[in-house]
Ligand binder design. Structure first.
Ligand SMILES: C[S@@+](CC[C@H](N)C(=O)[O-])C[C@H]1O[C@@H](n2cnc3c(N)ncnc32)[C@H](O)[C@@H]1O
Length: 275
């Protein structure tokens, strides 16, 4: 029942690509810009966007690089398709999208001036290896900018899922909501340690977030565009409507007078020692 994170990625992103783009990624543009500001781009860099998804950040990077270029890589064809359409609509010549696995990038060592990566790390099978690959393809003196989900993010949803697991324990067994969704959330110290171990120099870390007053229905729609309702899979299909209704009830109950979709994210800015 508990599958590998790579299997989750294969199931989720081809189905949710369009909704993910509309409901989730487009709302994160402010975070992307904050991280790009922190990276102090000069405009002539070669930047890699690892796990670029539907390319919102890659296209923004390309616009900030009039004398440089942005390359977005992702493992999901459907996400890349939307990313390419976006680049075409913006008539950009300095952006390219390629199908690549973040675990083993095909680029030679020291190819990029900057490596950017947003919300990829919760989904990779081995976070240390993904960070090591980012380090390898970065030039000496180059910069890294990572955004990822932090502990505390969407906590009401995780609590509602825990209640769902409890209610249908015979189907779920002993499993945590995090494992069920496949995505990991990070503490700042944990991510800093991982980056330092890969060789990155001491880094700046920021927590950013927002709290959105939201109805239970919209909350579930938001989460479903990230999870494709994979958390319902252990249940027999005829039970899905009652399980959904229970989740909505729990969200309303846990949210109290005003339900807040609370996203808490972690940004890390680092560099590779000059060679
Ligand atoms: C949460 S989305 C983030 C997309 C985009 N960076 C954003 O912030 O909107 C995660 C992305 O990581 C991609 N992904 C997951 N595992 C990957 C891997 N091993 N290599 C490359 N991309 C991967 C998925 O296909 C998906 O597009």
């Amino acid at each position: 029942m508990i599958r590998s994170v790579a299997e989750y990625v294969k199931e989720i992103y081809p189905v949710t690509a369009f909704e993910y783009d509309q409901v989730i990624a487009s709302g994160r543009i402010g975070q992307f810009l904050t991280l790009m500001h922190e990276l102090e781009l000069k405009g002539d860099e070669r930047v890699l966007d690892v796990g670029c998804g539907t390319g919102i950040s890659t296209v923004k990077l390309a616009q900030l690089l009039p004398w440089g270029e942005a390359i977005g890589v992702d493992i999901t064809d459907k996400m890349l398709e939307i990313a390419r359409q976006r680049a075409k609509a913006h008539k950009l010549k300095n952006v390219t999208f390629l199908k690549e696995d973040a675990m083993s990038l095909s680029f030679p060592d020291e190819t990029f001036d900057v490596v950017f990566s947003s919300y990829l790390l919760p989904w990779v099978p081995n976070v240390d290896q993904a960070i090591a690959e980012m380090y390898r393809v970065l030039k000496g003196g180059g910069k890294i900018g990572i955004i990822t989900s932090a502990t505390g993010s969407y906590s009401v949803f995780y609590k509602a899922l825990a209640a769902l697991i409890e209610r249908y324990r015979e189907y779920y067994g002993q499993v945590s909501p995090e494992v069920l969704i496949g995505a990991k959330r990070f503490r700042a110290s944990e991510l800093q340690e991982k980056c330092a171990r890969a060789g990155f120099l001491p880094m700046k870390v920021l927590y950013v977030g927002y709290e959105e007053p939201i109805t239970p229905e919209l909350y579930l729609k938001k989460m479903n565009s990230v999870t494709a309702e994979l958390y319902l899979k252990p249940l027999p299909r005829p039970m899905w409507p009652e399980a959904r209704a229970y989740l909505l009830e729990k969200l309303a109950e846990l949210g109290g007078e005003e339900l807040l979709a609370h996203e808490r994210s972690l940004m890390l800015i680092g560099s590779k020692r000059s060679s």
